[in-house]
Design a protein. Sequence first.
Length: 246
Amino acid sequence: MNVFGVDIGGSGIKGAPVDLERGDLAEPRHKVLTPHPATPDDVAGCVAEVVEHFGWSGPIGVTFPGVVTDSLIRTAANVDKSWIGVDAAALIGGRLGGMPVTVLNDADAAGVAEMTFGAGRGRKGTVIMLTFGTGIGSAVFTDGQLVPNTELGHLELDGHDAEKRASTKVKEDKDLSWEEWAHRVKKYLAHVEMLFSPELFIVGGGVSRKAEKFLPLIKGLRAELVPAELQNNAGIVGAAMAARSR
């Protein structure tokens, strides 16, 4: 069974039909740049562009980089603040001619996909998925059950939001070496470990494709540390899963 998934990020909006038997994309994903400012109408237009690229008709799952409760956007860290208070499913569904749309937090979607098809499959205890990109997203699981909308990227680290110190965007903006960035990531992970004592950290986002460049540099954690197996497609897969289970 194929269902369409869309992942809205701070820099790009990407989507594809997903084969939910295999937990993988059924076709190569299509990506457009996130508009700036990333206002609701402009982002909804980009989502529609991605969906229409495939000529898709049917249920659609969409991730959002912020707290989402019953399709209502509660926070918007890396997109325009005018998103706050918007019914995202109604907005995007309206742009798509009334197709059924399910909206959830982006890292939660990625985490659910990894727990079902990827690095968290079959794992019990506390598992934390962290997605590194424009910001840092988080998904927390206890015995496979998601605790939604945790937003651990906004924990304080060195007097700042952690994502302002250790996101992939910060690495690029400050031209940090892998060693310099890994030091920041390790400090962040140690802080999260102190608070939650997870058995497993799963590191996702686009940078997970280059896990060999930085994960071996992060030592001294008690928790196991592994890259996301679905890499940067996890959000798309998780979005499709949410649309199917609606």
